[in-house]
Design a protein around this ligand. Structure first.
Ligand SMILES: C[S@@+](CC[C@H](N)C(=O)[O-])C[C@H]1O[C@@H](n2cnc3c(N)ncnc32)[C@H](O)[C@@H]1O
Length: 346
């Protein structure tokens, strides 16, 4: 199969139906990490400082495991600290999605080379020996899974005396708020006629230019009008929305398609329309998963009680905040693995 379509590289949209297809789609793009808003440089810095302190406290040569690593945004922070050590850390990152950070991420290439990635690997069945790791971490990932089994695995592979730190989504945090709005925007667009009218518009425009009859030109004009109505209705629907990033990016992508008809075949334009729809579908699935994953106080308490039952001790729970407004972006859960799990026989 050719890897080019009209001079355009074949899009790398993973196979639908695969486990966590929606995340594989995301990680097959040039993104180092997920969830944090693009404009959250300050918040990101707050989180970065906390992670830095955690990795700084690890011994030389520590073995570190990042659960739900994605494209390795958190793991690379461990690599940066490791480089200051006489004996570097060994850092593993697991993710159930189809990840290939070296192939898709253009930034941090050097740091990414310091991580051993394990794609298509569930954190609920880790391929590591008991007590292998000095530290187990997760950033916005463990709460997406069956927490009871993921925590059991995390504590199993952690050494006695080893430490863990998890950053989890908060049910009342700003990330979830943003997620809810974008999820409803995505759902509304997916249910609208946007993609059907765009495809029809592309066909009618190409036909009108190829078969220059009055009928074909009139059909093209009708298709332009129909497309305008769909856009106007959607614009009305999203007019008051505080965050328009999803809508604006999507509309911009769709609006460039007609202008590409002289350099691309109709078949390519139609498949590009379908790709945009699939990307939106994947985004919608991720946004819904994030909403389901966010922990309220009751589930956070349950989460902490699982850790205690598995031998976690010195448990600390604190809110993660961003910037001067101290917006909540999640909860930190940290602690160590005690010598013996509660209820274990000597
Ligand atoms: C919100 S992303 C976070 C990624 C990364 N930690 C970051 O901060 O950028 C959640 C990740 O958890 C992964 N995930 C979900 N369920 C999983 C499972 N059972 N085992 C391993 N990874 C899983 C997803 O594929 C996704 O990459």
């Amino acid at each position: 199969m050719s890897d080019k379509r009209d001079g355009r590289p074949e899009a790398a949209i993973p196979q639908r139906g695969d486990a966590l297809w929606e995340w594989s789609v995301f990680w097959h793009s040039d993104q180092l990490q997920a969830c944090l808003p693009e404009d959250s440089a300050v918040g990101d810095q707050n989180l970065h400082t906390t992670w830095r302190a955690f990795f700084d406290a690890l011994p030389d040569g520590a073995e570190v495991l990042d659960l739900g690593t994605g494209n390795g945004g958190l793991a690379t922070q461990a690599v940066a600290v490791s480089r200051t050590r006489a004996t570097p850390f060994t850092i593993h990152g697991v993710d159930l999605a189809d990840i290939a950070p070296a192939q898709f991420v253009s930034s941090a290439k050097d740091l990414l080379a310091g991580v051993v990635f394990h794609g298509r690997t569930s954190m609920q069945a880790l391929p590591f020996a008991d007590g292998k790791f000095d530290a187990v971490v997760s950033q916005y990932a463990i709460e997406y899974t069956n927490v009871e089994s993921s925590l059991a695995e995390a504590l199993r592979v952690l050494k006695v005396g080893g430490c863990f730190r998890f950053l989890v989504h908060a049910d009342d945090g700003v990330l979830k708020q943003r997620c809810c709005l974008q999820a409803s925007q995505a759902e509304h667009i997916l249910k609208s006629d946007l993609f059907i009218t765009t495809e029809s518009l592309l066909h009618r425009l190409v036909e009108a230019e190829t078969i220059r009859t009055g009928t074909k030109i009139a059909e093209a004009e009708e298709a332009i009008a129909a497309s305008r109505v769909v856009f106007d209705n959607l614009e009305d629907r999203f007019a008051g929305d505080e965050d328009r990033s999803l809508v604006d990016n999507l509309f911009a992508a769709i609006r460039t398609l007609p202008g590409m008809r002289r350099s691309h075949s109709i078949a390519t334009l139609v498949s590009m329309t379908e790709e945009i729809r699939l990307l939106l579908l994947a985004q919608s699935k991720r946004l819904n998963a994030m909403q389901d994953a966010a922990l309220d106080i009751a589930s956070l308490t349950e989460f902490a009680s699982y850790i205690k039952a598995l031998g976690g001790s010195q448990l600390e729970l604190e809110q993660a905040t961003t910037g001067t407004a101290a917006n909540c972006v999640g909860h930190w859960l940290s602690g160590t693995k005690a010598a013996k799990a509660k209820g274990m026989q000597a």
